[in-house]
Design a protein around this ligand. Structure first.
Ligand code: GUN
Ligand code: FE
Length: 423
């Protein structure tokens, strides 16, 4: 791959507390990796092609570590229920449509196009239980230029008849066929094991998925401690478990020896948080979803300060938009409500911390991603904030802070993933 220089105003998360802003600087990208950020272009790079973004803001791309591609169709609809009723009324009927490849083609084209234009450069995506439609989604994600994990969903109990695999064995066979079909088919798109959540998966299925983790060395994604009725249901299904996360851990599907993403963690208690931390599980914080489905305000400040891997997630369609700027500001607001109403000892997230979670926090699931420090893969978005007028002078940090609250895809004028320019 080629080496090139980018010029403009750079802002990135220097550590968990602080955004570093470097005006009018040059970033060198060598084979897709950041090779240095300089205030003057060093002599040894003088012959490189330079793309000049003049006064625009250049920031690391964001990672959306949990979203449902088939639910994109009904984003912004049906927010009047809690999780279990919402699944039955809205999510399951829509997901059943992906049996039809022509429908999946139309819907997934719209999904992948929207993600390509968004601030998201990396993602971990749920598909449905249907293998052909999941493979189609993987092709579309590959062509979008994003780097992503995509999961064929496993669900063999407690679903409606029209969206439930007929047995654990049938689910496992379909999953293994899908893994062997796709695990080395794409450059940017990889399979991830995706038991929907414990209510949807029999013991036999979960034990089988553990065998697939070992055989194919795959990561795992699922849902954890999102809603009170859900948590009660899990406890009734797994009597011996000490808490929800412990139930996943007993199946061997809660990190430790494999990368693992758990969405939500709204009601995770001390013991669950300790296990999340010990096993290196990524908590995918989804503040828009948690408010829309009245799930609650997650202890994101606590998770973050205790050193858990915290990432940001849109959780489309329980979260209404793929625009992660909105999730960043929602994460700050959720942490403030929790501070005021639930736990006065855990201070709210600052903008710098929320930005860290959106970039480095989720990027870490993919390796050295989410920063412009040397050695990080070059994922970037270029923000043109000139259409957000202001009469006063603003510094770079203030301009970025405003963008976190106000920007969407209309303010993005360029995007790079691992050094490839998407637009
Ligand atoms: N738990 C199980 N399935 C889902 C889903 O599709 N969305 C959300 N938000 N939570 C879930
Ligand atoms: Fe979800």
């Amino acid at each position: 791959m080629k080496t090139f220089a980018i010029k403009g105003n750079f802002c990135y998360s220097e550590d968990i507390e602080k955004i570093r802003c470097v005006p009018n600087a040059y970033l060198i990208c060598e084979d897709g990796v950041c090779a240095g950020l300089f205030r003057e272009l060093p002599e040894r790079y003088a012959s490189l092609p330079v793309t000049d973004f003049s006064d625009k803001l250049i920031v690391p791309g964001m990672t959306d570590l949990h979203l449902h591609a088939p639910q994109f169709a009904f984003r912004g609809l049906g927010m009047d229920m809690e999780l279990m009723d919402w699944l039955k009324t809205y999510a399951f009927p829509e997901e059943a449509k992906y049996q039809d490849l022509a429908y999946a083609d139309r819907a997934y084209t719209q999904f992948a196009d929207s993600l390509r234009r968004s601030a998201t450069t990396r993602a971990a995506v749920f598909a449905t239980l249907h293998v052909p439609a999941t493979e189609l989604l993987m092709e579309k994600m590959e062509n979008s230029g994003l780097i992503s994990y995509v999961g064929k969903v496993n669900m063999d109990r407690n679903g409606p008849e029209y969206l439930c695999e007929i047995s654990a064995q049938a689910s496992l066979e379909a999953t293994e066929r899908w893994i062997t079909d796709t695990q080395s088919k794409f450059k940017r798109t990889r399979p991830i094991l995706t038991p929907r959540f414990i209510p949807s998966c029999t013991d036999e299925l979960m034990h089988g998925l553990r065998r697939l983790v070992e055989k194919y060395h795959l990561p795992v994604q699922s849902h954890l401690s999102e809603n009170f009725s859900e948590i009660e249901f899990v406890q009734s299904l797994c009597h011996d478990s000490k808490f929800y996360g412990d139930a996943y851990d007993r199946y061997g599907l809660f990190g430790g020896d494999h990368p693992c993403i758990m969405a939500h963690c709204v009601h995770s208690g001390e013991a669950e948080i300790a296990l999340i931390k010990k096993n290196g599980v990524f908590a995918a914080h989804s503040p828009l979803s948690n408010a829309n489905l009245s799930s609650g305000a997650a202890p994101v400040g606590k998770l973050f300060r205790e050193g858990v891997n915290v990432a940001l997630a849109s959780d489309i369609a329980a979260g209404e938009t793929e625009n992660l700027f909105r999730s960043v500001s929602a994460a700050i607001r959720a942490s403030k409500l929790r501070w005021r109403l639930v736990d006065q000892k855990i201070y709210p997230l600052t903008a710098d911390q929320a930005f860290h979670i959106a970039t480095v926090g989720g990027g870490r699931f993919f390796g050295k991603v989410g920063s412009f420090a040397e050695g990080y893969e070059f994922d970037a978005i270029v923000i043109d904030d000139s259409t957000l007028p202001h009469p006063q002078e603003l510094g770079l940090h203030e301009r970025l802070e405003r963008a976190l609250y106000l920007a969407d895809d209309r303010h993005l004028c360029a995007k790079y993933v691992a050094g490839n320019r998407l637009f």
